[in-house]
Design a protein around this ligand. Structure first.
Ligand SMILES: Cc1cc2nc3c(=O)[nH]c(=O)nc-3n(C[C@H](O)[C@H](O)[C@H](O)COP(=O)(O)O)c2cc1C
Length: 358
């Protein structure tokens, strides 16, 4: 999943002059994330390599006895895994979402769709977000930038969830990504109250996520207090969204240059978030994501306290290749998690916790 060494400068926007700005941005994100420019962190890592699982030579039961299924928000998942929110709106995103939907259905994992802002604006091809027919049983999450809540209220959020036939709404927080791009949306004052309002008025569960720089413990506490059903820390060490924006625009690149190692490494912010949610007695689900490369990384975030492990860019290329490749990649992820859980002595997700770590 990691990008190659090529310098990404000169990766020009492909959007024509008349193309909606949001649509052009989504098109560029997909192209850059699939390209060979380096969009990772400069030196910072997720910290997951320092987390060691207590490998058991005698798991004590058969691999066939391992059941890592979970029930979440009215859906049954075969494994506590999420294909994190990525794309939608531009023509080329439709087949990607559909491939990932086929894979999610086949392997019983949750699926997030990319930001539906362009859908609310009427600028997008709505078909690119419609995957329910390919994934009738999947826990499906619609997505919107939290900063858009200044323009769109709970009724618009409900409209988005309906249009996607989703089970839940994910609101993303992307302060640095917005701030590095010229004309980005940086009015983050008052957002917590707007998030609380959506949580109170939407029928479906609301999750709030970062996009790869992680969340401070005080942010997790504030979101739990606002009534979110889930928090996805989206920690640092995977895709660096300052660098992605830097590849889209030279001026953004000058600012982004300082943010190559910004943020909370995934392992650390999952641990902190678990402590905060437990201390608050919060029922919010914790999603651990950001730079997960395989099922053993997923196992580690689950042992650190996450209820669900999310992977974004690590599954993008397979999604772009087609349903067979996507299904192979998601199937491998599930198998890796299952084998790892077994080889750590676990039988169910209830067994996954700090006791399985060195
Ligand atoms: C091509 C691409 C597009 C993305 N678009 C969105 C989006 O629309 N909404 C969102 O919340 N996150 C979006 N993300 C962020 C991911 O959900 C994830 O939080 C982030 O990439 C870190 O995870 P990773 O290191 O596994 O990629 C996108 C990621 C990728 C790779």
């Amino acid at each position: 999943m990691t990008g190659g060494p090529r310098d990404g400068r000169g990766v020009a926007s492909t959007g024509g002059p008349s193309e909606d700005r949001g649509v052009a941005r989504k098109r560029d994100h997909l192209r850059i994330a699939l390209g060979d420019a380096d969009v990772g962190f400069t030196g910072l890592t997720t910290g997951l390599d320092e987390v060691r699982v207590r490998a058991r030579a005698l798991p004590g039961h058969d691999l066939a006895d391992v059941d890592i299924s979970v029930d979440l928000w009215g859906r049954r998942l075969a494994a506590p895994l999420l294909v994190s929110c990525m794309t939608g709106g531009v023509t080329e995103s439709g087949p990607v979402n559909r491939s990932l939907a086929v894979a999610a259905q086949e392997h019983g994992v949750a699926l997030g769709l990319g930001s539906g802002r362009v859908l609310l604006e009427g600028a997008a091809d709505p078909g690119t977000f419609r995957v329910r027919d390919a994934a009738p049983d999947v826990l499906l999450l619609a997505n919107l930038g939290a900063v858009q809540l200044h323009a769109y209220g709970p009724d618009d959020c409900a409209r988005l969830v309906d249009a996607c036939q989703a089970d839940a709404l994910v609101l993303h927080l992307n302060a640095v990504q917005e701030a590095v791009q010229p004309g980005g949306d940086t009015v983050f004052g008052g957002l917590l109250a707007l998030i609380a309002d959506v949580c109170a008025r939407l029928d479906q569960p609301v999750v709030v996520k970062e996009v790869g720089f992680g969340m401070a413990p005080e942010d997790v506490a504030a979101l739990a207090g606002a009534g979110v059903a889930g928090v996805d820390v989206a920690g640092a060490g995977g895709t660096n969204w300052a660098r992605v924006e830097g590849l889209r625009d030279g001026r953004a690149g000058e600012i982004a240059a300082a943010f190559g190692d910004w943020g909370w490494p995934t392992a650390r912010c999952v641990r902190y978030a678990r402590e905060v949610l437990d201390a608050a007695g919060s029922p919010a689900q914790l999603i651990g994501s950001g730079g997960l490369r395989h099922g053993v990384d997923a196992l580690k975030v689950l042992c650190l306290g996450a209820d669900l492990a999310g992977v974004a860019r690590g599954l993008l290329a397979a999604g772009a290749e087609g349903p067979a490749a996507a299904s192979r990649a998601v199937g491998a992820l599930v198998a890796q998690l299952r084998v790892g859980a077994w080889a750590a002595g676990a039988r169910t997700v209830g067994d996954l916790g700090p006791a399985l770590l060195e």
